[in-house]
Design a protein around this ligand. Structure first.
Ligand code: ADP
Ligand code: F6P
Length: 507
């Protein structure tokens, strides 16, 4: 099996250091914008989907840093220039076969299901692994050529887990942070991965590895021990830090840094007259007297969209809701559409929507409004403002920013949040109506309770939830990660450590 190896010479390294000038570089699979070529005659830049972009966009805008990522298209030929931004965007190209093998294959058919509790079985494919390795090398090389001497580089998410070690080999002078946006699984699951040691070694190239929850960080530390990377030494947890791994000549710190949203920005948008008017209009269009339930997700099998539709169907069937008094609006962003499990999930959801509307709808009054589309920020804020009940019911989710966005967008203290216990957000938003989405009857009951929630109790819950997302917003997240990253010195450990075992865990 391959070990990640940089494909550059000493000359390339020299060149990279000379050409570079960015002090702060974010490296992520996607740029915050992608080229939409659905109309080949008029390609357009659009905002990229997903929580990672929502979180990092405001951070980089404030710091005027550089962002290294894929521009979302594999087509060749002339491309429109990248749009003017406060952020320097540095596109990394992907060929068609790399999109298939690195992105759809290894990232989203191997790692994504494996890290989400094998909700669907992951596929292991040697050719995909090779592509993942090659693309990670390319990201590391582009970053090495862009970062100023001693720069801070922040690598994001599961698509780029080899980049920390590859980049360190090219540019030992830079400080490297890595943050995983999705759950880190228990060792029993991770160890299924044929390339498990290479992935762990890739991550250990970082100075700081951040996870959403303490449980993910503990899973990683346990895994390092199980893979015999060293011995564990006890140490009291300090702030967000849960432990360290000693590798030859360096200390790799490991911690939990729950991601969040741009609370103030969303609140301002939600308070704007245009958004409030649009929210009123949405309610009028849906039927003023009807209670509005809302789901907003990427169309992903981890998000529990079918479970929530079935739970709503049960409410309609037993009479606790009817198309006359209740409507469920489900907005689903198209996602990873060529991947088999995503195709099946879309077919399942659309069949279910048809079945529910066919059984319980009337002319001019359907119980489910389903939109397979991406909506803009203002429209999203208006939808949040129009909802009586927000349904966030993933089977497993690293954090789930939609839950926090909904809370940020409700300065009126209205609305109830139904939140899966299996979303990372449930560890913080404990005043939401928490639910186990794997339990159909419980899910229906909690949805019914949310519809009937006493308004005074609802306001009280929302006030507590809002206090949390105001204190712990996305700026707090970035600040806490970067402060720990920068406080760590070079990460060097006392001399003599080169003779130590390959790594030691301090936890
Ligand atoms: P993930 O990162 O798995 O997609 P998150 O809930 O953490 O899940 O983040 C999703 C992000 O994408 C949120 O910022 C949300 O507002 C945005 N989003 C999800 N669905 C849509 C949609 N249909 N239109 C616009 N934005 C969406
Ligand atoms: O948060 C998980 C994540 O995979 C991000 O890394 C990504 O930006 C987002 O979801 C959307 O997924 P994709 O980039 O595959 O469309």
């Amino acid at each position: 099996m391959d070990t990640p190896r940089p494909g550059r010479t000493a000359g390339d390294r020299q060149q990279a250091a000379v050409a570079s000038d960015a002090d702060f570089v974010v490296v992520a699979n996607r740029l915050p914008v992608h080229l939409d070529t659905s109309d080949p005659d008029a390609p357009r830049w659009r905002r990229s989907p997903g929580g990672l972009v929502s979180a990092l966009d405001p951070i980089l805008r404030n710091r005027r840093g550089a962002w290294v990522g894929w521009a979302g298209t594999v087509t060749g030929g002339a491309r429109p220039a990248l749009p003017e931004q406060d952020i320097r965007l540095h596109p990394v190209p992907l060929a068609e076969d790399e999109y298939r093998d690195y992105y759809e294959g290894f990232s989203n058919t191997t790692l994504w299901p494996l890290f989400h509790d094998v909700v669907v079985p992951p596929d292991f494919d040697q050719a995909w692994w090779h592509s993942y390795l090659r693309v990670n090398q390319r990201f590391a090389q582009h970053t090495a050529g862009l970062a100023a001497p001693g720069a801070t580089v922040w690598v994001q998410d599961y698509q780029l887990m080899l980049v920390p070690a590859l980049l360190r080999a090219l540019r030992p002078d830079v400080r490297i942070g890595f943050f995983l946006h999705i759950p880190f699984p228990p060792p029993e699951l991770f160890l299924q991965l044929p390339w498990r040691s290479q992935i762990v070694d890739g991550l250990l190239g970082a100075d700081l590895i951040g996870f959403q929850l303490p449980g993910g960080a503990q899973n990683f530390l346990q895994l390092v021990r199980r893979l015999h990377r060293g011995e564990s030494v006890g140490r009291a947890p300090r702030s967000s830090l849960l432990g360290s791994v000693l590798v030859p000549g360096r200390e790799v710190r490991v911690g939990a840094f729950p991601i969040s949203v741009d609370t103030a920005g969303l609140e301002e948008l939600a308070r704007s007259e245009a958004v409030r008017e649009r929210a009123r209009q949405i309610r009028r269009q849906l039927g003023e007297h009807r209670r509005v339930m809302l789901g907003v997700d990427r169309l992903d099998y981890t998000k529990g969209i079918d479970q929530r539709l079935r739970a709503f169907e049960a409410l309609l069937a037993d009479g606790r809701a009817s198309a006359r008094d209740t409507v469920l609006v489900q907005i689903a962003t198209p996602s990873r559409e060529r991947v088999e499990h995503y195709r099946r999930q879309r077919a399942r959801i659309e069949a279910l929507v048809g079945q529910i509307n066919g059984t319980f709808g009337q002319v001019g009054q359907v119980p489910v409004h389903y939109l397979h589309t991406t909506v803009g920020r203002s429209e999203l804020a208006a939808l949040y403002g129009a909802a009586d009940v927000m349904l966030v019911t993933p089977l497993r989710d690293g954090m789930n920013l939609v839950a926090k966005e909904f809370v940020a967008a409700r300065p009126d203290l209205g609305g109830a949040l139904v939140l899966s216990e299996f979303a990372g957000a449930a560890h913080e938003l404990t005043r939401a109506l928490l639910v186990n989405p794997h339990h159909p009857a419980e899910l229906s009951d909690v949805m019914a309770a949310a519809l009937d929630q006493d308004p005074a109790e609802g306001r009280c819950r929302m006030r507590d939830l809002r206090r949390h997302v105001r204190e712990r917003d996305v700026h707090h997240w970035a600040r806490s990660f970067l402060t720990v990253l920068r406080a760590g010195g070079s990460g060097a450990v006392p001399s003599g450590s080169d003779d130590s075992p390959q790594a030691a865990v301090v936890a």
